[in-house]
Design a protein. Structure first.
Lengths: 798, 292
């Protein structure tokens, strides 16, 4: 049958003319004759309806979404991290579902084969014994983990989630460029790309038959839950932590799939059972979806230098009490030299040829292959045999011989001869191009696809989509994102309407997973609460200090001198030094928030980042002295806005309680300090008014008492008044309420030490009389608050 | 020979540790015709919450322990009786290095005793030009692989001084080599690097040395702590031979094997992980008494 000829509609002509001229190789959008491939026609039509300005506006909408959601591209150099916008290409890559079916079949076959191979490498080892795989590729391979030899995963499967990098060659056929097995990332980014693209082309997307991604995640979530087996333990995502470039995605996936997000230090292993340390004590863990490389998972049996793992984790695996996705050690499949053997393995283990080839690879430890690579070195990529980075995105240790001059060429031949065992040559494939929008027009750029597979009851499922990496320039080898490429959404076009699913329409109705709170997350939330409160207190002190300077007082006025000495940490009479007292805790708060990416809302995170930015701007501006109070009032409005956001919008989870406990403990303690220094008989003139100002209680005082403040009236309002949200009593009461709601502290049992302490502290304070307070008794209350904080820590946060 | 061995390893922590986990490799191997443990006891103080024994990839006995209560010290005490059988007299039937290479390329053996594990790099050892040059300068390239092992061991012993103050357990073998001094661990690591550079598979042996020499014998260096020496593979016919570069001798009935590994990291007597602030102080004492 003749395929219908889609010529570009007239109005897309201007979009395509330039593009057509630049296409040199196989292109995803245009046929070799320059006509538009049918799957692109509707989108091109849609786009051509907009002017360049409207398009930019739509693109910006997608970018805005990503920024708001906190999707950023992080880069790490020497432990300094920098962030820049997520490099979303605003043009999707479109593929027809029949072609997708071919790709899927090839990758599913490969996934099954890889499972057979890894099972063999850690089990019967027939591939080496029969001479099909040279022994040295395992024995010299750091990714082959000897402690896993002979271990069978509890589920019986080594692999449950894979991704592949594939590219299309000049003949139109797809090739596997890289097997991503160890801890494949990017699935979460694929979802975020999709959401952003729906903002860019909302009307188009709603009417187009593009396969949705949620169904894939729903199925995979279910299979993760099933992997727990009969043990009803927790299911968690194991992340290397906020310093890792993938942390955002780990947190995102954990939230999206309703899994716990943990780091190595959240886990302990007891009697061969892995447990999560939670605020309610250790809880057994049944399944770990790890985003941490195998070797780092257990410093005892694997890499001793790892600070990110959990000692004993491998033991839990060996005793089949813990399933790990993918199994520890499965990263050995990423070994580059294995690509040379995959076609043979497929025939030997499964009796079939590979449906989708991988890029041609020659291991130079064999004479024939070595000679071939030496002879063809000018057109090959040559790199480490054991490297687990795909050759084209390996930043170190790949050389393309053509780039080298003659004298070095001889050295390469020598190296291949002498160190052949450690080297592979790979064909430098040319990639197909796809359109990106650059400077107001469409241009073709080399691209490859990242495709994700999850194992379910029904076998391997392929995510219908994924993402494409698009090169920044024309160089088909240079598409590591670190070097400035872009990421594009991949749309699989269906002939028929596609089913609509969302993660919210969970099949089982109720949320399947438990809501335990890891101690470390609680600890970070608790400290975030404390730091923010500390910053606010110090901002209020700063404002009050500079308001007095503005009104004509000098730094050596008794009250200001007293403030600096007792409330401002003996700061010198310099703005920067005093400002540091709120700048530092805000930074700490941001850092704490960054460690609980899955439990703190993107809005909250953005507000906290804004606050830090404003504070930095304040420092940079060198605000004139008389404008400082006003500048500080603005910052205070932001910080109270932030607190409002947190307390009005945060779900009343255990996490929220720890955050609130942090706030209340800090505020109660700070108020004790403030009153002890300002309400005592030794305090300088004006101290009582200052206390009321800092305590935001000037008006309440006027309403309840005569105009003139006395030590007793101030203590009444700021220490005892249970209706004043600035008073010590108010916060001790909240502390008691929160503690009462913590696991193991409910009314039905006898009070815990912590519960008893909280109740006693509140009771002791509330039976005091305002006139009985003196600096010593206030300091004593503060010590008790701190003791309570320690007790909370040892009971729930270790 | 029959030996009674006593080992005490004591750790003292500046701050109490809760949740500590250790892997202990101190028990001599029972390897068929070479040596046999007839009785043993490993005591851990304080008593661990959990303890079990496993055999690791290389066939070494590992005791895994777990402490869950705060403690500021830990002590490991081994006492055991080991029978060491006299090896057959050394007779060089080893392959030349070229034949060795051909045997290795053809090897399909992944078992613990396979020489394939003991080539190239290992967790603590990366090939190094200075040591490679030294090794090539020290041996006769035409000699059999076993002679090359002995030649390199003697050459190394001639240039290196035994000096317990020169290095620590963390010292890089290259640094020890440059300063021409160190302890058995350094001698062993340097010799392994040299042998691997020559194309001879080589591994690390941890173990014990007889404390007092037999009447008329010489007291060996390294007897007051756990000792280390080298194991080299000299082709299928010869198999593995063991050489002690610290004492410039082939291993004999004075040497009692605890662990085989690629380097120290595979056989370190105690690998631990604990949650504690502050440092720790470790001491070790060994007594290896010949009782007949």
């Amino acid at each position: 049958m003749q395929t219908p000829q889609y010529s570009a509609p007239n109005d897309t002509g201007h979009l395509l003319a330039n593009y057509r001229a630049q296409v040199t190789d196989r292109d995803e959008m245009l046929r070799p004759d320059g006509s538009l491939r049918p799957v692109w026609a509707d989108l091109l039509n849609h786009i051509s309806g907009f002017g360049a300005e409207e398009l930019q506006r739509r693109f910006a909408r997608g970018d805005q979404y990503l920024r708001n959601a906190g999707v950023l591209f992080r880069k790490y150099d020497d432990s300094v991290s920098s962030e820049r916008d997520w490099p979303l290409s605003h043009m999707p890559v479109l593929l027809d579902e029949t072609e997708w079916a071919t790709i899927s079949a090839g990758l599913i076959q490969r996934a099954d084969l890889l499972e057979d191979v890894v099972r063999d490498l850690y089990g019967a080892n027939t591939l080496v014994a029969s001479g099909q795989l040279p022994a040295t590729l395992l024995t010299q391979n750091p990714a082959w983990l000897r402690p896993m030899v002979g271990v069978t995963p509890a589920s019986g499967q080594f692999l449950n989630f894979l991704s592949f990098e594939i590219g299309r060659g000049p003949n139109g056929k797809w090739w596997v460029i890289g097997d991503m097995i160890e801890a494949p990332g990017g699935a979460g980014f694929a979802v975020e790309n999709r959401v952003a693209m729906r903002r860019v082309f909302p009307n188009f997307f709603a009417n187009a038959n593009i396969h949705r991604l949620a169904g894939f995640f729903q199925d995979f979530q279910q299979s993760l839950l099933d992997l727990r087996g009969t043990k009803d333990g927790e299911v968690a995502v194991l992340s290397p932590g906020p310093m890792n470039e993938g942390y955002f995605e780990h947190a995102y996936l954990a939230r999206y799939l309703g899994l716990l997000l943990v780091e190595g230090e959240d886990l302990i292993v007891q009697d061969g059972v892995a447990m999560v340390r939670t605020v309610a004590g250790p809880k057994p863990l049944s399944l770990l979806w790890r985003r941490l490389n195998s070797a780092l998972c257990d410093p005892l049996e694997l890499n001793a230098k790892s600070a990110l793992g959990t000692p004993g984790l491998l033991d839990a695996v060996r005793r089949q009490n813990l399933n790990v996705v993918n199994a520890l050690g499965s990263g050995v499949l990423e070994t580059r030299a294995l690509m040379a053997f995959m076609p043979k393995f497929s025939r030997a283990l499964r009796g079939e040829a590979l449906l989708m080839p991988n890029i041609a690879t020659w291991w130079c430890g064999q004479n024939k292959e070595q000679a071939h690579v030496i002879a063809n070195r000018a057109t090959m990529m040559i790199g480490s045999a054991y490297s687990t980075a795909p050759l084209m995105s390996d930043e170190g240790g790949v050389l393309l011989s053509t780039e080298f001059k003659d004298q070095k060429d001889a050295a390469i031949a020598d190296m291949l001869r002498n160190r052949g065992r450690d080297l592979v040559g790979q064909e430098a494939v040319t990639l197909s191009t796809a359109p990106v929008w650059e400077n107001g027009q469409l241009v073709p750029r080399p691209m490859c696809l990242r495709v994700f597979l999850g194992r379910t009851d029904a076998g391997w499922q392929v995510m219908p989509g994924g993402y494409a990496r698009v090169s920044a320039g024309n160089d088909a080898t240079a598409f590591a994102m670190q070097r400035g490429g872009q990421v594009a959404d991949v749309w699989i076009n269906s002939a028929a309407p596609v089913p609509l699913t969302s993660m919210l329409s969970n099949r089982s109705g109720a949320h399947p997973l438990s809501r335990v709170l890891p101690s470390r997350a609680a600890d970070n939330l608790f400290w975030m609460g404390r730091y923010i409160e500390r910053a606010e207190m110090n901002m209020r002190l700063y404002r009050a200090y500079f308001a007095r300077l503005r009104d004509g007082e000098t730094h050596d006025a008794p009250l200001l001198e007293h403030m600096r000495r007792t409330l401002l940490a003996e700061a010198a009479p310099v703005a920067n030094e005093m400002a540091a007292l709120f700048e530092a805790p805000l930074k700490d708060a941001l850092q704490a928030a960054g460690k609980v990416g899955d439990r703190f809302s993107p809005d909250g995170m953005m507000a906290l980042k804004d606050l830090n930015r404003l504070v930095q701007e304040h420092r940079a501006q060198n605000v004139p002295l008389d404008e400082e109070p006003m500048a500080m009032s603005q910052l205070l409005r932001h910080i109270t806005g932030f607190s409002g956001l947190v307390h009005e919008n945060m779900y009343r989870s255990l996490g929220w309680r720890f955050l609130s406990l942090g706030t209340s403990i800090e505020r109660a303690a700070n108020m004790c300090t403030l009153l002890s220094q300002l309400a005592g008989p030794e305090a300088p003139e004006g101290a009582l008014d200052l206390a009321l100002e800092i305590g935001d209680s000037v008006i309440s005082h006027r309403t309840r008492f005569s105009i003139i403040a006395s030590s007793a009236s101030v203590c009444d309002l700021l220490a005892l008044d249970g209706r004043n949200p600035r008073s010590i009593h108010y916060h001790l009461s909240r502390i008691r309420t929160h503690i009462h709601e913590l696991p193991g502290n409910s009314n039905e049992y006898a009070l815990t030490d912590l519960g008893r302490k909280a109740l006693q502290l509140e009771t002791d304070l509330s039976v005091q009389r305002a006139r009985d307070f003196d600096p010593a008794s206030l300091i004593a209350v503060r010590s008790e608050v701190w003791a309570l904080s320690d007790l909370l820590g040892s009971a729930h946060l270790v | 020979m029959l030996y009674d061995i006593r080992l005490t390893i004591a750790h003292k922590y500046d701050q109490p540790a809760d949740h500590s986990r250790h892997l202990i490799r101190v028990l001599p191997r029972s390897d068929g015709q070479a040596q046999r443990v007839t009785a043993h006891l490993i005591e851990i103080l304080p008593y661990p919450a959990e303890r079990y024994d496993v055999i690791d990839f290389f066939g070494n006995a590992v005791t895994s322990i777990n402490h869950t209560l705060p403690h500021d010290a830990m002590e490991i005490r081994l006492s055991c009786r080991v029978e060491v059988f006299a090896p057959p007299p050394f007779f060089d039937i080893s392959a030349g290095v070229g034949d060795l290479g051909r045997e290795l390329v053809a090897s399909t053996d992944l078992s613990a005793g396979s020489p394939m594990h003991f080539l190239g790099t290992s967790p603590l050892l990366r090939p190094n030009a200075e040591i490679t040059d030294f090794a090539f300068g020290a041996v006769n390239a035409q000699a059999s692989s076993a002679s090359q092992v002995i030649q390199l061991g003697q050459a190394l012993h001639a240039v290196m001084a035994f000096d317990p103050e020169a290095t620590t357990v963390e010292t890089d073998p290259l640094d020890a080599f440059r300063q021409r001094g160190g302890v058995c661990q350094d001698f062993t690591h340097i010799m392994i690097l040299g042998l691997r550079a020559l194309g001879i598979p080589a591994g690390y042996v941890s173990g014990y040395l007889r404390t007092l020499p037999p009447p008329g014998g010489v007291r060996l260096e390294g007897a007051d702590a756990m000792h280390a020496w080298v194991r080299a593979w000299c082709g299928a016919a010869q198999g593995w031979i063991e050489y002690d570069p610290t004492n410039a001798t082939l291993a004999s009935t004075d040497h009692i094997v605890v662990g085989y590994g690629r380097d120290y990291s595979d056989v370190s007597p105690v690998i631990g992980h604990l949650r504690a602030a502050g440092g720790q102080k470790n001491t070790q004492s060994v007594d290896v008494r010949a009782i007949g």
